[in-house]
Design a binder for this molecule. Structure first.
Ligand code: SF4
Length: 58
């Protein structure tokens, strides 16, 4: 299952991109976007650190 970001929930805090820049970046709309599916575990850490639980890592 892919890593996803719910853009309706994302508040653009930047935490995920800072924790896991391989997988997330903040786009032109100021929201997080998945740039690469990765399995190193940092996407999971980012999901746990998201203040609005917008990231799903399956
Ligand atoms: S941590 Fe959550 S709210 Fe913050 S930019 Fe990432 S997806 Fe958006």
């Amino acid at each position: 299952m892919p890593t996803t970001v719910d853009k309706n929930l994302c508040i653009g805090c930047g935490a995920c991109a800072s924790i896991c820049p391989d997988a997330f970046k903040i786009n032109e709309e100021g929201k997080s976007e998945v740039v690469r599916q990765e399995n190193s575990g940092c996407a999971k850490n980012a999901a746990e650190s998201c203040p609005v639980q917008a990231i799903k890592v399956e």
